[in-house]
Ligand binder design. Structure first.
Ligand SMILES: [Zn+2]
Length: 259
Protein backbone atom coordinates (compact mmCIF):
# COMPACT_ATOMS: atom_id res chain seq x y z
CA UNK A 1 0.00 0.00 0.00
CA UNK A 2 1.27 3.46 -0.87
CA UNK A 3 2.04 5.69 2.07
CA UNK A 4 2.11 9.47 2.07
CA UNK A 5 4.40 11.56 4.20
CA UNK A 6 5.12 15.25 4.69
CA UNK A 7 8.63 16.66 4.92
CA UNK A 8 10.65 19.78 4.24
CA UNK A 9 13.45 19.40 1.71
CA UNK A 10 16.05 21.44 -0.18
CA UNK A 11 16.69 20.60 -3.84
CA UNK A 12 20.32 19.74 -4.57
CA UNK A 13 20.30 18.26 -8.05
CA UNK A 14 17.88 17.22 -10.78
CA UNK A 15 18.07 15.21 -13.94
CA UNK A 16 15.57 14.21 -16.63
CA UNK A 17 13.63 10.97 -16.31
CA UNK A 18 11.66 11.24 -19.57
CA UNK A 19 10.10 13.94 -21.79
CA UNK A 20 7.89 15.32 -19.02
CA UNK A 21 9.31 14.24 -15.69
CA UNK A 22 12.49 14.80 -13.73
CA UNK A 23 14.18 13.17 -10.78
CA UNK A 24 15.05 15.61 -8.02
CA UNK A 25 17.70 14.81 -5.42
CA UNK A 26 16.87 16.59 -2.16
CA UNK A 27 18.01 16.74 1.40
CA UNK A 28 14.95 16.29 3.60
CA UNK A 29 14.49 17.24 7.23
CA UNK A 30 13.10 13.86 8.27
CA UNK A 31 14.74 11.32 5.95
CA UNK A 32 18.06 12.81 4.88
CA UNK A 33 19.05 12.48 1.24
CA UNK A 34 16.18 11.36 -1.01
CA UNK A 35 15.51 11.14 -4.74
CA UNK A 36 11.97 11.61 -5.99
CA UNK A 37 10.07 11.86 -9.24
CA UNK A 38 8.70 15.32 -10.05
CA UNK A 39 5.93 14.68 -12.55
CA UNK A 40 5.21 17.01 -15.45
CA UNK A 41 7.87 19.54 -14.42
CA UNK A 42 9.09 19.96 -17.98
CA UNK A 43 5.72 21.13 -19.22
CA UNK A 44 5.69 24.91 -19.64
CA UNK A 45 2.74 25.50 -17.29
CA UNK A 46 3.82 23.11 -14.55
CA UNK A 47 3.35 24.58 -11.08
CA UNK A 48 5.82 22.08 -9.70
CA UNK A 49 8.46 23.10 -12.27
CA UNK A 50 9.51 26.29 -10.48
CA UNK A 51 9.63 24.47 -7.16
CA UNK A 52 11.81 21.68 -8.53
CA UNK A 53 14.68 24.05 -9.33
CA UNK A 54 18.05 23.86 -7.62
CA UNK A 55 18.48 25.17 -4.04
CA UNK A 56 14.76 25.76 -3.37
CA UNK A 57 13.40 24.68 0.02
CA UNK A 58 9.88 23.25 -0.11
CA UNK A 59 7.35 21.70 2.19
CA UNK A 60 6.38 18.52 0.36
CA UNK A 61 3.63 15.98 0.34
CA UNK A 62 5.37 12.82 -0.78
CA UNK A 63 4.03 9.51 -1.89
CA UNK A 64 6.16 6.43 -1.32
CA UNK A 65 6.88 4.27 -4.34
CA UNK A 66 8.41 0.87 -4.90
CA UNK A 67 11.73 2.28 -6.10
CA UNK A 68 11.33 6.03 -6.04
CA UNK A 69 9.00 8.33 -4.13
CA UNK A 70 6.90 10.89 -6.00
CA UNK A 71 6.38 14.54 -5.13
CA UNK A 72 2.65 15.07 -4.68
CA UNK A 73 2.42 18.70 -3.68
CA UNK A 74 5.10 21.32 -3.06
CA UNK A 75 4.86 24.62 -1.27
CA UNK A 76 7.99 26.72 -1.43
CA UNK A 77 9.43 27.89 1.89
CA UNK A 78 12.45 29.77 0.59
CA UNK A 79 13.67 30.18 -2.99
CA UNK A 80 17.02 31.74 -1.95
CA UNK A 81 16.56 33.74 -5.16
CA UNK A 82 19.65 35.92 -4.74
CA UNK A 83 21.86 32.82 -5.17
CA UNK A 84 20.88 32.85 -8.86
CA UNK A 85 21.89 36.46 -9.38
CA UNK A 86 25.61 35.89 -9.04
CA UNK A 87 27.91 33.34 -10.67
CA UNK A 88 30.12 32.89 -7.58
CA UNK A 89 27.11 32.30 -5.34
CA UNK A 90 25.74 29.82 -7.86
CA UNK A 91 29.02 27.92 -8.24
CA UNK A 92 29.72 27.67 -4.51
CA UNK A 93 26.09 26.66 -3.84
CA UNK A 94 26.53 23.85 -6.35
CA UNK A 95 29.70 22.86 -4.53
CA UNK A 96 27.82 22.66 -1.20
CA UNK A 97 25.15 20.52 -2.86
CA UNK A 98 27.85 18.23 -4.22
CA UNK A 99 29.44 17.89 -0.75
CA UNK A 100 26.12 16.88 0.81
CA UNK A 101 25.53 14.42 -2.00
CA UNK A 102 29.00 12.87 -1.67
CA UNK A 103 28.92 12.53 2.11
CA UNK A 104 25.30 11.56 2.60
CA UNK A 105 24.87 9.07 -0.25
CA UNK A 106 27.34 6.57 1.20
CA UNK A 107 28.46 5.18 4.54
CA UNK A 108 29.71 8.52 5.81
CA UNK A 109 26.28 9.28 7.24
CA UNK A 110 25.88 6.34 9.61
CA UNK A 111 25.13 8.52 12.61
CA UNK A 112 23.66 11.29 10.57
CA UNK A 113 21.20 13.63 12.14
CA UNK A 114 19.06 14.70 9.16
CA UNK A 115 17.38 17.63 10.89
CA UNK A 116 20.71 19.13 11.94
CA UNK A 117 22.14 18.76 8.44
CA UNK A 118 18.94 20.16 6.89
CA UNK A 119 19.19 23.23 9.13
CA UNK A 120 22.86 23.65 8.23
CA UNK A 121 22.15 23.58 4.47
CA UNK A 122 19.25 26.00 4.96
CA UNK A 123 21.39 28.44 6.98
CA UNK A 124 24.23 28.19 4.45
CA UNK A 125 21.97 28.99 1.47
CA UNK A 126 20.35 31.81 3.40
CA UNK A 127 23.79 33.25 4.20
CA UNK A 128 24.98 32.66 0.63
CA UNK A 129 21.95 34.49 -0.82
CA UNK A 130 22.58 37.45 1.50
CA UNK A 131 26.33 37.69 0.88
CA UNK A 132 27.60 40.90 -0.67
CA UNK A 133 31.27 40.06 -1.31
CA UNK A 134 33.34 37.08 -2.39
CA UNK A 135 34.92 37.10 1.09
CA UNK A 136 31.48 36.62 2.66
CA UNK A 137 30.69 33.81 0.21
CA UNK A 138 33.90 31.96 1.07
CA UNK A 139 33.43 32.43 4.83
CA UNK A 140 29.99 30.90 4.44
CA UNK A 141 31.42 27.93 2.50
CA UNK A 142 34.20 27.33 5.06
CA UNK A 143 31.76 27.40 7.98
CA UNK A 144 29.53 24.98 6.09
CA UNK A 145 32.39 22.57 5.33
CA UNK A 146 33.64 22.57 8.94
CA UNK A 147 30.19 22.19 10.47
CA UNK A 148 29.05 19.45 8.10
CA UNK A 149 32.17 17.46 9.05
CA UNK A 150 31.51 18.06 12.77
CA UNK A 151 27.94 16.75 12.46
CA UNK A 152 29.06 13.69 10.52
CA UNK A 153 31.84 12.85 12.98
CA UNK A 154 34.68 13.80 10.62
CA UNK A 155 35.49 17.13 12.26
CA UNK A 156 39.14 18.18 12.42
CA UNK A 157 40.89 18.54 15.78
CA UNK A 158 42.81 21.81 15.34
CA UNK A 159 44.48 21.69 18.76
CA UNK A 160 46.23 18.35 19.23
CA UNK A 161 48.61 16.14 17.27
CA UNK A 162 46.67 13.15 15.92
CA UNK A 163 49.64 10.87 16.55
CA UNK A 164 51.10 11.71 20.00
CA UNK A 165 48.22 13.89 21.32
CA UNK A 166 50.62 16.74 22.13
CA UNK A 167 49.16 20.24 22.02
CA UNK A 168 50.01 21.85 18.66
CA UNK A 169 52.25 24.91 18.53
CA UNK A 170 53.61 27.23 15.84
CA UNK A 171 54.90 24.36 13.72
CA UNK A 172 52.03 22.14 12.72
CA UNK A 173 51.33 20.00 9.70
CA UNK A 174 48.28 18.26 8.32
CA UNK A 175 48.66 14.65 7.23
CA UNK A 176 46.34 13.44 4.49
CA UNK A 177 47.21 9.81 5.26
CA UNK A 178 45.92 9.89 8.84
CA UNK A 179 43.54 12.83 8.25
CA UNK A 180 44.73 14.83 11.22
CA UNK A 181 47.23 17.41 12.38
CA UNK A 182 50.77 16.43 13.35
CA UNK A 183 53.27 18.14 15.63
CA UNK A 184 56.78 18.96 14.46
CA UNK A 185 58.37 15.73 15.75
CA UNK A 186 55.64 13.38 14.46
CA UNK A 187 55.82 15.12 11.07
CA UNK A 188 59.48 14.07 10.78
CA UNK A 189 58.42 10.41 10.79
CA UNK A 190 55.48 10.93 8.44
CA UNK A 191 55.96 9.26 5.07
CA UNK A 192 52.60 10.19 3.48
CA UNK A 193 51.49 13.53 2.10
CA UNK A 194 51.50 16.32 4.68
CA UNK A 195 51.17 20.08 4.42
CA UNK A 196 52.62 22.69 6.71
CA UNK A 197 49.73 24.76 8.01
CA UNK A 198 50.42 28.28 9.18
CA UNK A 199 49.51 28.78 12.82
CA UNK A 200 47.16 31.66 12.02
CA UNK A 201 45.28 29.52 9.49
CA UNK A 202 44.90 26.70 12.01
CA UNK A 203 43.49 29.08 14.64
CA UNK A 204 41.22 30.77 12.10
CA UNK A 205 39.70 27.46 10.95
CA UNK A 206 39.31 26.34 14.55
CA UNK A 207 37.35 29.49 15.34
CA UNK A 208 35.06 29.01 12.31
CA UNK A 209 34.54 25.39 13.27
CA UNK A 210 33.37 26.10 16.83
CA UNK A 211 31.36 29.29 16.39
CA UNK A 212 27.67 29.25 15.60
CA UNK A 213 26.87 29.60 11.88
CA UNK A 214 25.20 32.98 12.21
CA UNK A 215 27.81 34.43 14.58
CA UNK A 216 30.41 36.80 13.21
CA UNK A 217 33.92 35.78 14.29
CA UNK A 218 36.72 38.24 15.04
CA UNK A 219 38.21 37.27 11.68
CA UNK A 220 35.15 37.89 9.47
CA UNK A 221 35.94 41.53 8.67
CA UNK A 222 39.71 41.28 8.40
CA UNK A 223 40.43 38.03 6.55
CA UNK A 224 41.56 38.41 2.94
CA UNK A 225 40.90 36.44 -0.24
CA UNK A 226 44.35 34.79 -0.35
CA UNK A 227 43.82 33.21 3.08
CA UNK A 228 40.20 32.31 2.32
CA UNK A 229 41.09 30.58 -0.95
CA UNK A 230 43.94 28.65 0.68
CA UNK A 231 41.60 27.53 3.45
CA UNK A 232 38.94 26.55 0.93
CA UNK A 233 41.41 24.50 -1.12
CA UNK A 234 42.67 22.76 2.01
CA UNK A 235 39.16 21.88 3.22
CA UNK A 236 38.12 20.77 -0.25
CA UNK A 237 41.13 18.49 -0.52
CA UNK A 238 40.46 16.99 2.92
CA UNK A 239 36.80 16.35 2.08
CA UNK A 240 37.53 14.91 -1.37
CA UNK A 241 40.10 12.60 0.24
CA UNK A 242 37.59 11.36 2.81
CA UNK A 243 34.90 10.49 0.29
CA UNK A 244 37.35 9.37 -2.43
CA UNK A 245 35.32 11.53 -4.76
CA UNK A 246 36.69 14.62 -6.33
CA UNK A 247 34.09 17.37 -6.33
CA UNK A 248 33.86 18.38 -9.96
CA UNK A 249 33.42 22.07 -9.50
CA UNK A 250 36.50 24.29 -9.02
CA UNK A 251 38.99 21.71 -10.32
CA UNK A 252 41.16 24.53 -11.57
CA UNK A 253 41.61 25.96 -8.08
CA UNK A 254 43.33 22.81 -6.92
CA UNK A 255 46.62 23.38 -8.69
CA UNK A 256 49.52 24.26 -6.43
CA UNK A 257 48.10 24.20 -2.92
CA UNK A 258 50.59 25.45 -0.39
CA UNK A 259 49.66 26.89 2.96
ZN1 LIG B 1 52.94 14.44 17.68
Amino acid sequence: MKKNYVTEAINLKSYPLNDNDSIVVMFSKSRGLISAVAKGVKRPKSKLGARAQMFIANRLLMSEGKNLDTIGEAQSLNTFSKIRSNLDKLSYSMYLAECVNNFCSNNYNKDENPEEIYKLIYSAYEKMAGSNTKEEILLCVLKFQLKLLNILGWGIDFNTCGHCQKKLDENSYFSFSINSFLCDSCYKNETGEALRIHNKIRLFLNELSICDFSVKTMYDDVVNMIVLEKCFNFMKKYMDNLTHKRTKIFKTLEAGISI
